[in-house]
Ligand binder design. Structure first.
Ligand SMILES: Cc1ncc(COP(=O)(O)O)c(C=O)c1O
Length: 408
């Protein structure tokens, strides 16, 4: 039967495949006044460089006048800056291989248009960023899932097994640095294996890498794209986490020869990224403001990460485990088997603390005893208090669940 608010006309098959976003449903609850939220993937508001961005926009307008307000092709100096930045990750590319996007999310959508069809296989982790799930679902592609080890990243033996199958999958997608939501990074050995697998079976890697610059510990590892034979890797970068999400700016580095196709796909979404914002971001980066800004972010986020890890140790019950990210914004928690992080969500909100139930990131299986915690958006004092509240909610929930299961 038709529901009251369903349209009486037909929606596309793609629209009919879409489900309500779990995260969108819970985020308003976690942003109510008084709630300490570990839910969103947000940068710290006080660290967004508003004044510097204002100055960069003013300068872009002063220097570029109407050019900054016009329909314009991609801004070459920004493409050049990104090509240079990529060389620091070991990726040698020409500015012509860099395509400016409205964030990594649009990069993912462009990848889907470029590589996927209905029913095409995509190798993806069982626990993945929601936008990756959406990118696979949109064209009706088929997720081929692999497990992720919380110390070393995705299961590359399984990746190889699935990649060697026919018909060949169309892409392997990975978030190699400080995974959202798992917090893990792909080990150097696994990066090499992924690169070899891509070239051997001619299945491209899509490397979704918005957190690479938020490194608090350990060595900078080479991008998977840097290790992969030319032609078998696409790199997606973003200014959202290192500058501001509202700039809506990111990039794709693509193998040579795809410019015509990528530009036309890009245009079909929204013609082009804002000429003004591209010039302002170029001004910010080229005038040397990015590195000191990143230093500030790394210092503040590292303190929050360590504060959260310490608080988890103190406040969470025996049997709870969590990832120990060396960068990024997220910690992944696995509670004892009998816990259900959906069932305890309302209690957490009543106690004024928010998180995302892990199931929001599941591609396939249920993972009812998991949750994602963000540590970049709350102050260290709030992190201590919020984890204490959450620890209590979890203990009470476990007590209740155990009594309930024993009575069954
Ligand atoms: C793994 C991953 N990919 C892509 C995105 C989208 O980022 P952007 O703001 O650059 O579109 C995010 C945002 O949280 C993310 O975590």
């Amino acid at each position: 039967m038709r529901e009251d608010n369903e349209p009486s006309y037909s929606l596309s098959a793609a629209a009919n495949r879409l489900r309500r976003s779990v995260i969108r449903t819970i985020l308003p609850l976690t942003t109510q006044p008084g709630v300490i939220s570990f839910a969103g993937g947000l940068p710290a508001p006080e660290l967004l460089p508003a004044k510097q961005i204002q100055a960069a926009i003013e300068k872009a307008l002063r220097e570029h006048g109407s050019d900054a307000l016009q329909y314009r092709p991609q801004y070459r100096p920004l493409r050049e800056w990104i090509a240079d930045f990529m060389s620091k990750l070991g990726v040698e590319c020409e500015p012509e291989q860099v395509f400016i996007t409205n964030g990594c999310q649009q990069g993912l959508s462009i990848m889907a248009r470029l590589l996927l069809d209905m029913g095409a296989g995509v190798i993806v982790e069982k626990v993945a960023f929601t936008g990756i799930g959406q990118m696979i679902a949109a064209p009706g592609a088929k997720p081929l899932t692999v497990e992720t080890d919380l110390d070393t990243g995705l299961d590359v033996d399984r990746v190889e097994h699935l990649t060697s199958d026919r018909p060949r999958p169309r892409m392997v997608i990975t978030v190699p640095n400080y995974h959202n939501p798992l917090g893990v990074s792909v080990s150097p050995e696994k990066r090499k294996r992924l690169a070899e697998i891509a070239a051997r079976y001619r299945v491209p890697i899509v490397e979704d890498d918005p957190y690479v610059m938020l490194r608090y510990e350990g060595e900078q590892l080479p991008a998977v794209t840097a290790l992969t034979e030319k032609g078998y890797a696409f790199y997606l970068g973003s200014f959202s986490k290192i500058l501001a999400p509202a700039m809506r700016l990111g990039w794709i580095v693509a193998p040579p020869g795809l410019e015509d196709k990528i530009i036309v796909i890009r245009e079909s979404f929204d013609l082009e990224s804002s000429a003004l914002i591209q010039r302002a971001v170029a001004e910010f980066c080229l005038s040397g403001q990015l590195e000191p800004h990143l230093e500030r972010l790394r210092e503040a986020y590292d303190e929050r990460r360590v504060t959260m890890l310490d608080a988890l140790e103190r406040e969470f019950p025996d049997g709870a485990r969590w990832s120990r990210p060396k960068g990024g914004m997220f910690i992944w928690v696995t509670l004892p088997e009998e816990a259900d992080t959906w069932a305890m969500f309302d209690d957490a909100i009543k106690r004024q603390v928010g998180y995302v139930p892990g199931e929001a990131f599941a591609i396939g299986d249920r993972m009812k005893n998991t949750m994602r915690l963000n540590f970049s958006n709350a102050s260290p004092a709030d992190i201590k208090e919020g984890i204490k509240r959450l620890g209590k909610v979890i203990r009470e929930h476990l007590e209740y669940r155990r009594a309930f299961l024993a009575a069954k």
